[in-house]
Structures are given as C-alpha cells and as structure tokens.
Design a protein around this ligand. Structure first.
Ligand SMILES: NC(=O)c1ccc[n+]([C@@H]2O[C@H](COP(=O)([O-])OP(=O)(O)OC[C@H]3O[C@@H](n4cnc5c(N)ncnc54)[C@H](OP(=O)(O)O)[C@@H]3O)[C@@H](O)[C@H]2O)c1
Length: 249
C-alpha cells in the first residue's frame, strides 16, 4: 500500500538509522509476537501533557501519523473517561488506509474502543455510532445508563478498575495488542498494577511552562524504563520505551 505523498517525514535515529520511513517500516517496528499493552502520549520538553487543557496543541503531523499507525496495528484502544470527555472522543474509527491494512492482515476494520470509567458519564454516541461494539470497564455497583447498555460492560474492580482484570477480559475476547491513549490517571493506575509493557512518547519541541498535567498522575511508585527506538521528524522526537524490570523498581 503506497503512503500518502504529503505525509510527515519520520527518520529513525536509533537503534538502526533509517531515512524517511514509510508506513510499512514504521508498522514493522511495532509488530509483536506476544501480547502487549502499549501506552501513547505527547508531552512538551518540560513535561506538560497539555496545552490549554488538551493535548492537541502539542501534536504535529508526525505525531498524528504515528498515532494513527499505533491504532492501525492494535486490537483495542483503551482510554480513560476523563480523556474521552476532555478530548471529545466520539465513536472510534481508523483511516481508510488503516482499514485496508487491517483487513489485509486479518484484523477487524476498526479496533475495539474500550473505556475505563467509574461514573460511566459518557456520550451515548460513542456506543450508538460505534463500528465495533465498545467495551466499558467499570467497577462493582456502577450504575449503567440505559443509553450505554448496548456496550459490552465489564466489571473489573471494586474501588477502581484493575489493569490485570482489563487484560484478562481483553484476552478472553482475543484482543491482545492493546493501545492505551491515556490519560494520566489511567496510565498511573495501569503502572501501579504493573501491566504496562511499552510507552510511546512524542516530545513536542516546546517549553510549555504552566502547571499542565504530566503523563502520570497519582503514580504510587517510581518505574524504570529503557529505550526501544528513537524517531525524529524535524524538531519532534518520537521515543519508544519498554519497562526495565531489572533495575529494582
Ligand atoms: N498529552 C497526551 O498525550 C494526553 C493523552 C491523554 C489525555 N491527556 C490530557 O489529560 C487530561 C485528562 O487527565 P486524566 O488523568 O483525568 O485522564 P484519564 O485518566 O483519562 O481520566 C480519569 C478518569 O478516567 C476514569 N479512570 C481512570 N482510571 C481509572 C481506574 N483505574 N478505575 C476507574 N476509573 C478510572 C475515571 O473516570 P470517571 O470520572 O468517569 O469515573 C477517572 O475520573 C486532559 O487534559 C487530557 O487532554 C493528554
């Protein structure tokens, strides 16, 4: 499948140099033989995950291209309800190019949209207009609004939704390549449950200042990471890390 000619150029700096990578090369780097929970964020150089309350201002064409490719290869896109509300997520659909790639590779046309929420205070259009039945992960005793009842509602915790129970429920459904698009509270919760395998972090070339949220919020324990790859597009860096289990964290 040919790439769009106007796509943002992305080079690989490390571990192998690669100039102007096409989608196939970027996707090949993301392939995994084993189940994976990958988390994707964009942040400013000084660590802000938001610009004026949302992530969009930190993103550029390269980040958007990579964001779409991460969705392309995933069985499920997992998002916290705060992000769904703030970023205005609707029903989740990937691009036509991604649909073609997914069908060629035996995947559903669109990834499953999975949302984590205690309150289930969500726009019903997310369920009503979904191309694939979404999954709502919630807690025991949650009140399920009638407008969301058509979703696959999974109780996965008492006080909070637990990462291990999310992954077990997804695996039961054959969904093993999991992309989490945040936000910071969900990321911290998944880290505390020790279920995160990879972090993709776009570093936006700006010092944001202010008191914007970081990519984790409420993380209980320090975590170690090691780099997997470094991509670059103009002044933007796209970093990929995996967890470092052997450093005592
Ligand atoms: N820079 C980036 O790449 C990026 C990415 C994502 C988000 N953001 C930004 O982050 C901000 C939102 O941050 P946030 O931390 O509030 O986002 P969040 O983690 O998506 O939302 C928090 C909410 O998600 C639900 N939730 C998360 N973890 C849960 C758990 N373990 N159990 C039960 N419910 C859970 C709860 O929903 P209920 O309230 O419904 O119970 C909770 O109030 C926004 O400004 C957004 O723009 C930035």
């Amino acid at each position: 499948m040919a790439d769009h000619p106007d796509r943002a150029r992305i080079d690989r700096l490390w571990p192998r140099v690669g100039a102007d990578l096409d989608d196939a090369a970027l996707v090949a780097d993301l392939s995994s033989d084993s189940p994976v929970l990958r988390v994707n964020f964009v942040a400013s150089v000084d660590g802000s995950a938001t610009q004026e309350g949302r992530s969009g201002g930190l993103s550029d064409d390269a980040d958007k291209r990579y964001f779409e490719l991460l969705r392309r290869v995933s069985d499920v896109v997992l998002v916290g309800a705060g992000t769904v509300r703030t970023e205005g997520y609707g029903a989740l659909r990937v691009s036509d190019d991604s649909v073609r790639w997914r069908v060629e590779h035996g995947l559903s046309e669109h990834p499953v949209f999975a949302i984590v929420s205690r309150s289930l205070d969500l726009d019903p259009a997310i369920v009503a207009e979904a191309p694939v039945r979404p999954i709502l992960f919630t807690i025991q005793d949650a009140l399920i609004p009638a407008a969301l009842a058509a979703a696959d509602v999974v109780v996965a915790g008492v006080e909070r939704v637990e990462g291990g129970r999310i992954l077990a429920a997804l695996a039961e459904r054959g969904l093993e390549t999991v992309l989490c698009e945040g936000g910071p509270h969900l990321f911290a919760s998944l880290l505390d449950d020790d279920v995160v395998d990879e972090l993709c972090l776009t570093v936006s070339p700006v010092l944001e200042g202010g008191d914007g949220m970081r990519i984790t919020s409420g993380l209980a324990e320090r975590r170690g990471l090691e780099p997997v790859s470094i991509l670059r597009s103009n002044s933007t860096l796209l970093l990929r890390y995996r967890r470092a289990r052997d450093r005592g964290y």
